[in-house]
Design a protein around this ligand. Structure first.
Ligand code: GLC
Length: 629
């Protein structure tokens, strides 16, 4: 646990855990959040002894409760947190609350923490959420570029800073755990989760994943607003055949270790406190039931001292017999079950609790396995300072969506943009141009800019959040007052513009709903650029996508082409590059395929690491420019 201890704020003024109903502790636990507050690390022995002392007091019911994580939407009766001594609550991608404001989320979290404080042993709750590119469920939060864009920055310090801000915004809503970073090495970009992967390079995915862990969990003991991180999805989620989500990763063990396991070594070295098991399989065996990889490799060989959480009803996929599925998963090394279903639904959290108790009393799941799981969960809670509760610092809540946070997200956008072409050199555009024509509906669509996992699981087109700047708005804010900026979703009315900016892009998706058989631009996007080209004006094309797409004639028709990935709410970062306030530095974080079906032997359109810097002035601005990873 040393590596974990060094990165998650240990306890301050640690007090021996007692059953004495301490009013102070009770009051503080009403609004808990992780506070990296310690001026010194707690001796590991002190935490371990406190864990053992608490474990000895726990009944089997309380132990199983700690291993149970319930979705807030399923938790119609929140007193069940107390009744079943639940260890964790989550809000899944679409389990939103009230008006989705920071205050509504804070109230929800505080209510859940308060119920945990009413349990016999007052073991604090871990509240988890998918804050994977900012506190993206919350309206008003800053939405950062998705990981594929952060991968293009090649900037661990910036990735850590983005995670730090995300952690502070999450902590400002009383939530203390994010299911991030995804450290998948996405090999086939037809996978709907390619944008959640930093890179198809294990080294880069590991380096940036570790930076995100440090950002979330804090690497100094005086940093307020730390939250628990979660490396996911263990292991090989990005290696499935044809990029099929939750599919089968077929490879030898050496390849699995070299490609997909190595980022977890970086995350563990960075102190990550939790790991999420993958829905996918390795050579036909589901990861959620893979004892060798979950226990022998992750916990034994790699020495991971945190805990393993399942994915969303991931256990259910192991067998039609839910009880048997639970037996397989827990015995394989799963420590906490993410159970999204509530009373009245199949395989609900009461079923899980009942079945697991039967399995233990019936000798099918050893008591020692339960104790190991609970020990890991408790140790993380102690290490993360959960027992040493402070009220949510109101400054964290008011800072959600602040200008300071947005400026960092804007920097991430700037550094994430990859200039693929600038020939003839039409970039940078002039801020005092007489007329700039912006075309394409994606130019004024915050939902497309943000992509999936934004307010809802799948994301949505349109004004997905109250606060945010579209690329069109950013252009209008950047040019001179004498410049006319016209906007035409269908590329009509370009007239005598000095330049045309065409914005095209994928509509939002998440997980398997983003799986594609081929990597093509939509016909409407290709047609838009072709029509814009007919105007005979300098044409800059910006692609908003969660992955590379085969560009074909669209690239040839564009004088300049920028891969902008899914930049999030801060569109001004795009304008900064368009108008020369920031010369592009982004480098492709993954190979850009030359063939929509990834046919073997077809050369990439652009190699890993390609990116024109300084607008390509030195490199001639063409796609043949040397790649500099
Ligand atoms: C989803 C995803 C996982 C996420 C979890 C909770 O199915 O696979 O990445 O953290 O459920 O929302």
């Amino acid at each position: 646990m040393n590596n974990l201890r060094s990165h998650i704020a240990p306890l301050r003024n640690a007090r021996s855990f007692s059953r004495r109903p301490s009013v102070t502790l009770f009051a503080l636990s009403l609004a808990s959040t992780l506070v990296a507050s310690c001026t010194h690390a707690q001796p590991q022995s002190s935490i371990d002894s406190r864990v053992e002392a608490l474990l000895r007091q726990m009944t089997l019911d309380e132990k199983i409760g700690q291993m149970t994580q319930v979705d807030s939407d399923a938790l119609k009766d929140r007193s069940h947190i107390q009744k079943y001594a639940l260890g964790s609550v989550l809000s899944g991608g679409s389990s939103d609350t009230g008006d989705n404001s920071p205050q509504a989320w804070l109230q929800l979290a505080q209510e859940c923490h308060a119920w945990a404080a009413k349990t016999r042993l007052k073991i604090p709750l871990l509240y988890g959420i998918d804050a994977i590119h900012g506190h993206n469920n919350v309206d008003g939060a800053v939405v950062f570029p998705h990981n594929i864009g952060l991968g293009a920055t090649r900037n661990p310090a910036l990735v850590e800073q983005a995670a730090r801000i995300t952690a502070r915004e999450v902590a400002g809503t009383g939530i203390n755990w994010t299911f991030a970073p995804c450290v998948a090495v996405a090999l086939d970009p037809r996978w709907g989760r390619t944008y959640e992967s930093f890179s198809d390079s294990p080294e880069l995915a590991g380096r940036l994943g570790a930076a995100a862990v440090r950002g979330f969990q804090g690497d100094t003991y005086t940093t307020p607003g730390s939250i628990l991180a979660c490396a996911k999805h263990y292991v090989g989620d990005g290696g499935t055949r044809r990029g099929v989500d939750q599919g089968d990763t077929v490879c030898d063990e050496a390849t699995l270790r070299q490609v997909h396991l190595s980022p977890y070594k970086s995350a563990i070295a960075a102190g990550v406190g939790s790991v999420m098991a993958s829905f996918s399989s390795w050579n036909g065996t589901k990861m959620h039931a893979h004892k060798y990889l979950l226990t022998d490799v992750l916990k034994g060989e790699l020495g991971f001292k945190g805990f393993v959480v399942s994915d969303w009803a991931g256990i259910d996929q192991l067998s039609r017999d839910y009880k048997h599925a639970i037996e397989l998963a827990i015995n394989a090394g799963l420590d906490m079950a993410m159970v999204p279903n509530g009373p009245g639904q199949k395989n609900n959290y009461i079923d899980f609790i009942t079945h697991l108790k039967d399995l233990v009393t019936g000798g099918r799941v050893p008591q020692a396995r339960i104790d190991d799981a609970v020990r890991r969960i408790l140790r993380v809670k102690f290490e993360a300072g959960l027992f040493d509760l402070k009220p949510v610092d109101p400054a964290l809540t008011t800072a959600i969506g602040s200008a300071e946070h947005r400026s960092v997200a804007r920097e991430c956008v700037r550094q994430s943009l990859v200039l693929l072409k600038n020939d003839p050199a039409v970039l940078p555009l002039r801020k005092n141009a007489k007329h700039i024509a912006v075309v394409g509906s994606a130019a004024d669509d915050l939902g497309i800019q943000c992509g999936g996992w934004t307010v809802s699981w799948q994301g949505q087109t349109g004004r997905v959040m109250r606060a945010g700047t579209t690329i069109l708005q950013a252009i209008r804010q950047t040019v001179s007052s004498d410049t006319t900026v016209t906007f035409s979703p269908d590329a009509s009315g370009i007239g005598e513009a000095d330049a045309v900016v065409a914005v095209i892009g994928e509509h939002p998706y998440a997980e398997g709903q983003g799986d594609r058989a081929e990597l093509r631009l939509s016909a409407s996007d290709a047609a838009l650029v072709a029509k814009a080209k007919q105007a005979g004006k300098p044409l800059v094309t910006i692609l908003l996508s969660g992955r590379p797409l085969v560009l074909g004639e669209t690239l040839d028709a564009s004088d300049a082409f920028i891969a902008a990935w899914l930049p999030g709410t801060e569109g001004l970062g795009v304008a900064d590059v368009l108008f020369g306030d920031y010369a592009p530095t982004g480098k492709l974080p993954r190979i850009w395929p030359g063939d929509a079906k990834l046919t073997a032997g077809v050369a990439p359109a652009f190699p890993f690491g390609f990116g024109l810097t300084d607008y390509g002035r030195k490199a001639g601005g063409t796609r043949t420019a040397a790649a500099t990873p």
